[in-house]
Write a new protein. Structure first.
Length: 199
């Protein structure tokens, strides 16, 4: 089964004009990676609001990641699954931000304590992870490709440990969201690379 047909879709005119592999991919990485620094800055400035800042940054990052998928030429099922996960996860992040702003007990319960939402959030993250893996597979050998592979391996080991712990009746906090930051760092580097001019 073919996962991807080409590393990057350079037929996109917007990419050719920018001379970057994926401008929206780069912006997505910046948005996600800046979430925690912005949260600390928000607390230092206003004394609160870190949750709002983090979830807005992550929601925007997911939207930009969705747009960046059109810069990568992947097979239909892989792109569709990834995009669906990005829309759903971005919506959940924005729901959590709205709940923080409104401070409504009902909305906070839906955003943070609803078991269905939590499972949907997890499954959405997995579909995005599969998209990342598909894009990584077709990258040429490089130091950054190794970094991306190690990031994917770390996420796999973390999730496998969490699953084993749950099946064994032990509690284990998943590091999925934290380790995802490594993939966004990898994506930022790949997206920010200059395209080679043809002819």
């Amino acid at each position: 089964m073919t996962i991807a047909t080409h590393e990057f879709d350079t037929s996109n005119p917007a990419i050719r004009r920018s001379a970057l592999r994926s401008p929206t991919g780069l912006l997505s990485g910046i948005a996600v990676l800046s979430a925690l620094p912005l949260a600390f800055l928000t607390v230092a400035t206003f004394g609160a609001g870190d949750g709002i800042t983090v979830h807005i940054a992550l929601g925007v990052g997911m939207l930009l990641l969705f747009l960046s998928t059109f810069d990568f030429r992947a097979s239909g099922w892989l792109a569709s699954a990834g995009r669906a996960g990005m829309i759903v996860l971005g919506s959940i992040f924005l729901l959590q931000a709205a709940a923080e702003v409104a401070q409504s007990p009902e909305l906070l319960g839906l955003a943070y304590r609803n078991s269905s939402i939590q499972w949907i959030e997890k499954l959405s993250a997995y579909t995005i992870l599969i998209w990342f893996a598909g894009v990584w597979l077709v990258q040429p050998r490089s130091l950054n490709r190794t970094f991306g592979g190690l990031s994917l391996a770390a996420i796999f080991v973390s999730e496998l440990y969490s699953l084993v712990a749950v099946l064994d009746g032990r509690s284990a906090d998943s590091l999925l969201h934290a380790l995802f930051l490594l993939l966004f760092a990898w994506l930022s580097i790949e997206s920010g690379k200059r395209l080679r001019a043809n002819g």
